[in-house]
Design a protein around this ligand. Sequence first.
Ligand SMILES: [Zn+2]
Length: 290
Amino acid sequence: MNSVKQAPGYYRYTIGDLELVAVNDGYADRPVEGYVKNVPTAEVEAFTTEKLYMPKSSVRVPYTSLVVRDGDKTILIDTSNGDMGPPTTGNWMDNFKAAGFDPERVNNVIFTHLHPDHINGYRLKDGTCMFPNAEVMIPEPEWEFWMDDGKMAGVPEDKQFAFKNVRRVFSPIANDITLFGPEKEVVSGITSVPAYGHTPGQMALAITSGNERLMVMADVTNHPGVFLRNPEWHVLFDMDPETAIKTRHRMADLAASERMQVSFFHAPFPSTGYIEREGDGYCLVPVQWS
Ligand SMILES: [Zn+2]
């Protein structure tokens, strides 16, 4: 496939009085082989090619962060890959600036969890902090897990990268980080909702303004096309797959019952829509472009 140049990847929408801006960071092509741990590769590949029209042998997983504008405050939820992602990423900061934002004027950066694709945009490979004036906010159980030296020592050396990366990104500001628990108002209008399983302390975030509410689903799925339709499938990246399945059902049921708008970090751009029940699972109904 040839590569085509797009217009800057950002999309504005509203929840009540809040302006939300989805900012894209490209995608990764993941090999189908090994992508779902409890289903034969041929069955996964039949699904991704026949139902999702994906190329043979790979699953395309997009990255999109969300910015919330509340009056003159700018709140960023997850920072994407920075300069450490696959070569099909890396335009995030250009897109963010094209949307009119200045990284020095971000007030809060809230992280849903501490996997590299969500945090590396905070600090570049050379150590530069991209949001020097922002209050950094991290789920407490997530921080406790990744910063636990005993937990790091308990995994084989080649699996320690994610632990070391959390230290690389956050150690210089460790004393200034604001930790938050479940069911807490993190900033005005944004409340944490436990979404454990993908990682030990992942939090979804409910954004409420007036009568409107949107659930930031973080990595409740690695791709809604695959894992809303097959909620029992274990994606390679879910650290506790059984808990992740329960979380996926609970969050998808909640969104479907309340007809609540959702956004995902990994979903086709602009990464927002609604969740309908379908067969034994669910499907994502994209928003109408506005
Ligand atoms: Zn992720």
